[in-house]
Design a protein around this ligand. Structure first.
Ligand SMILES: [Zn+2]
Length: 307
């Protein structure tokens, strides 16, 4: 979830769950006008777009355009499409949704009616097709409505799927519950690039959507599985934050394991959430990873759920 939107959402009344539409309605046309899409090339015909939601991977070539995630606001899609045209694309033929969060999948609402086909892990399609509530801790839980049929994935997979597009071999991997119940990570094998969705967040501590199948131990296991599949020089596109490296992911796993150990010891001692927060379990990593509110809250929820 994008912090900027979270800040806006925080001003909403807390008596009822705000809807996604209410959150978006607070943004003015002027604010949308100021949002920019930045493009970074990571290989021949392979790019990352940085906009106002999750990072968008773009493959452009003889077969057309395939993107990984499609951003946060339908209102921003014209700018996203402009950025895709600027690197030689025309229309978006295929879009992989790494998971169901709106900052990665809301572009489906615009692209679907234009004929784009969506691909996702099966649990993500299920989530997109039903009412869902996401608790990002730092603002009241938000309610989301099911997407119309035109915005739902037409192809789903369970554990692995392989695609061949624009001369590259793409492997889609789902290990198990991690950031959400249905994360997909996309390996562009010939480009030596991976798009991790929000399984790996290179902008701070990860958010774990514990109420929607997310899991701290699962996030560690999924990150380790990604590390096993890549090479030391693989380009790692995270769900949020700048393009990273094998070592960034490796450090992230070490941090997650360290935080997990601290939280688990506190949980074992019978500490309440308030006591866990007071114990500052993430202190040694805060200088690098920033605000720990969500990782402590959702990590605690994840570990206590199992007992
Ligand atoms: Zn997410």
């Amino acid at each position: 979830m994008k912090h900027w939107v979270l800040a806006l959402g925080a001003s909403l009344a807390t008596t009822a769950l705000p809807s996604a539409a209410q959150v978006t309605a607070q943004l003015t046309t002027e604010q949308f006008g100021k949002m920019e899409i930045k493009t970074q090339k990571v290989g021949d015909g392979l790019y990352v777009l940085f906009g106002n939601g999750g990072n968008i991977g773009v493959s452009v070539g003889a077969d057309g355009v395939l993107i990984v995630d499609d951003g946060q606001f339908p209102q921003l899609m014209p700018k996203t499409l402009e950025a895709i045209r600027a690197v030689g694309g025309h229309r978006v033929d295929l879009a992989i949704d790494t998971h169901f969060h709106v900052d990665h999948a809301d572009g489906n609402l615009v692209l679907g009616p234009t004929g784009t086909w969506f691909i996702a892990q099966a649990n993500t399609r299920e989530m997109l097709a039903k009412d869902r509530v996401v608790n990002v801790v730092v603002r009241p839980p938000t309610e989301y409505k099911p997407y119309p049929a035109s915005a739902l994935p037409v192809v789903t997979f369970t554990d692995r799927m392989q695609m061949h597009f624009n001369g590259d071999t793409l492997d889609l991997l789902h290990v198990g519950p991690a950031h959400t119940t249905g994360d997909a990570v996309v390996f562009f094998r010939d480009h030596n690039v991976v798009h991790t969705g929000d399984v790996f967040n290179n902008a701070g501590y990860p958010y774990i959507d514990t109420d929607n199948g997310g899991d701290l131990d699962g996030t560690i296991a999924f990150c380790e599985a990604i590390l096993r599949e890549i090479k030391p020089d693989t380009v790692v596109i995270p769900g949020h934050g700048p393009v990273g490296t094998y070592n960034d992911l490796k450090d992230h796993i070490a941090m997650l394991k360290g935080v997990r150990a601290k939280l688990a010891a506190l949980v074992k001692s019978g500490a309440t959430l308030e006591q866990v927060i007071a114990a500052k379990p993430t202190a040694e990593w805060d200088a690098r990873y920033g605000d720990n509110t969500r990782i402590v809250n959702r990590g605690y929820a994840s570990l206590t759920r199992k007992r």
